[in-house]
Design a protein around this ligand. Structure first.
Ligand code: SAM
Length: 276
């Protein structure tokens, strides 16, 4: 008798570059699934060819997820449905969280087949502390929203991980430098592919390197936690000054901020006057 999977949802991680990274467990689930929910059937077809199997596929992506989700949840009562994304772990900056939420609410059986994830792969390459890390996914592309998102994590004592694209890398690094100060960082590109490269340096060095030379391929930025003696970033100083100047004169606000952030009072006062 043919082997069959228990009905339910199977979240299957797939390679982020090297197809040999597909685990035997993932290959088995994909070859036995009654249906494979995919972001892009052309991308997943290559993976299925690689393991020599053909299974029915159905699209599940940002543009149709809300519409098709109830039907997928209903089908999971009888069928084993595998969820994959184009690369890496589904749900991580990819669709799937609501599918898992609703499958759980409907009492379906849920399994995960753990495997590659670009964020974790980059963290292992960066040479930065791994005991506490915070995954930010993609930063907003617009300048103001990006600065706000960076400010939200500026005080975290953790290594930060961001997904980014080549054309936006220079601007993202400049914004990180401005918002976080000159921390140590790493740019991991094309992990597990032919042109894999990891460049490390301070955020200032990395921003300068990529300012005029956007690299090709897929990218993860990793930023180290704030150091003890790290100078405050411009945005941090400005935010503190703006807040203090709602309560105090420019000179008193500058004195307070200089004291708090360990900066020269005269420098902070000049900045306060510029902001006024
Ligand atoms: N779910 C995927 C995962 O587990 O990593 C991430 C999907 S997200 C839509 C795609 C982003 O992941 C890319 O823009 C890039 O930032 C990062 N990425 C994926 N593959 C990568 C690789 N081989 N090297 C570097 N970054 C990669």
């Amino acid at each position: 008798m043919c082997e069959r999977l228990e009905p339910g949802l199977y979240i299957v991680a797939t390679p982020i570059g090297n197809l040999a990274d597909l685990s035997p467990h993932a290959a088995r689930i994909l070859s036995l699934a009654d249906l494979v929910a995919v972001e892009d059937s052309r991308v997943t077809a290559k993976l299925m060819n690689h393991i020599g199997v053909k299974r029915p596929m159905t699209p599940y992506h940002d543009h149709n997820a809300d519409r098709v989700r109830p039907d997928l949840i209903a089908q999971m009562a009888e069928k084993a449905i595998a969820l994959v994304s184009d690369a890496g772990t589904p749900l991580i900056s990819d669709p799937g969280f609501k599918l898992v939420r609703d499958a759980r609410a409907a009492g379906r059986s849920i399994h995960t087949v753990a495997g590659p994830c670009a964020a974790i792969a980059a963290l292992t390459l960066a040479g930065l502390p791994t005991d506490r890390f915070f995954f930010m996914g993609f930063l907003p592309p617009k300048t103001a929203a990006r600065a706000t998102a960076i400010a939200e994590v500026a005080t975290l004592t953790a290594t930060l991980i961001f997904y980014e694209s080549g054309p936006r890398l220079g601007a993202a690094l400049a914004a990180l430098h401005k918002g976080l100060g000159d921390r140590e960082g790493a740019v991991a590109r094309e992990i597990s592919k032919k042109f894999e490269e990891t460049v490390t340096g301070t955020l200032g060095e990395l921003a300068a390197r990529y300012a005029e030379a956007p690299p090709k391929g897929e990218i993860v930025i990793v930023v180290g936690p704030p150091g003890e003696a790290e100078p405050a970033g411009e945005d941090q100083i400005d935010d503190a000054l703006r807040e203090a100047m709602t309560r105090l004169s420019a000179s008193r606000a500058a004195a307070e901020v200089a004291e708090t952030l360990g900066l020269r009072r005269r420098d902070v006062y000049e900045r306060a006057l510029a902001l006024k």
